[in-house]
Design a protein around this ligand. Sequence first.
Ligand code: ZN
Length: 520
Amino acid sequence: MSEQDQVQLPEGEAAASLTDSSAYGRLLQESKELALLGSAMGVLGWDEQTYMPPGATSLRAQQVSLLARLTHERHTGSRYADLLMQAEEEHRSGTDADAAVNLKHWRRDFDRAVKLPAEFVEELSSTAVMSEHAWTQARRNNSFSVFEPYLGKIIELKQREVDYVGGPGAVAYDTLLDEYEPGMTAARLREIFSELRGELVKLVAAVRDSGRQAPRHLAWRTFPLRGQEAVAKRAAAAVGFDFSQGRLDVSAHPFCAFIGPGDTRMTTRYDEKDISNSFFSVLHETGHGLYDQGIPVEHFGTPLGDFVSLGIHESQSRTWENLVGRSEAFWQWMWPLFQKEFPEALKDVELADWMFAINNVEPSLIRTESDEVTYNLHIILRFELEQALLAGDLKPKDLPGEWNSAMEAMLGVTPDSDANGCLQDIHWSGGGIGYFPTYTLGNLIGAQLFEAAQDQLGDLQGDFARGDFSRLLGWLREQIHTQGKRYTAEELVKRSTGKPLSADPLLRHLHKKVERYYGS
Ligand code: ZN
């Protein structure tokens, strides 16, 4: 990594850290250096998914596992432990609110990290790299047997992680979930998901009974890739993504990586015969990117400069992808740009038909391409299967069969291949067990925040129709992005919306949408 690639801290901040000889000041510096190591791993991870040649897999696994080990050793060593204890002593009075937030999270993370042996951390991260590589091969060749042994190894490692980290009587799933969504439990999720599931099934039935079918083929005409990239970048920039501090590239599975201040990297995948695939995935990743770009630079490397939870992160992506990006007001602005970019494909298309096409509701095989209503059923399916895998009630070899029958039972469709079934998502291959529910939490939180923003700001639709998204972004910056980890996910929702987390706003939104496009 060259000199100019390094993260630039604001001068005042860097100087303050270097001269602050208190234990808290030194811990702040330590935390920032650990974040820089994490940032270097972030670049390697991004490269692995985008430009790395397949032959580099073994080398990359060694690089990543070395960095993971160095980070872990430094984070759990006696120097860090002493600094943390001394800093807690210095701030025993609790009058410095910022220090209190940072110390609380540093303590939580430290306690979790010291329970994991360094060899285990190294084994998990190198296995994850090999496993993700096997998953890529397996998905490409529709060959579950290539991935199966790696999945078994990952499950075994996650069970060991629970043994190390969970206290006596800990619920295994909660222990893993806590890493992604602090404070959330499997029991609470089952409660929320069962309410959702009932309503979603009713909505799917209403759509089916309407007999109406969205003209989805309109988005499946020929859309040249160069044009797809142009409109996606135009939309991302318009809603506020700063391309002088970020990139958009191509990978098998779209993601957004926050490398550090000034460096947020999104990816998508393009299909000439389906523009909705790239366009909405870019809006989605842009939502993640806006959160990352809105986190206070001066707090980089500390809990106050970090995101709250994956559910909150996903609420940002879902807001821009669905609540804004599929709205009629957004398309009043975007439609002329689309018509100009794709004159051949769209010359005979009416905006009203286009709106129906992109607000289609229909059970389908692929989570990332599914609609707003059925999406959450895909998540509930994964939530149930990963609990069974972790508990040992479901063997990896039986996953394809279980997956297919669950799809049939919940969505009424059966995958034609494992590539379109249990191999479609990268998450489990990298050790992400307990991750999927955060997507549905994101949908719930996003809808609740958006409803509150509209209540508080008044007519946002008029803004969108003019291509002006600044008031909504400003509200999200103030309520969410700039807060770092100052509040928990639930506290943030309560503070921003005045109400506790609830499924009602999302269900209101979905009912309205189904009524709009499928009502009589
Ligand atoms: Zn996302």
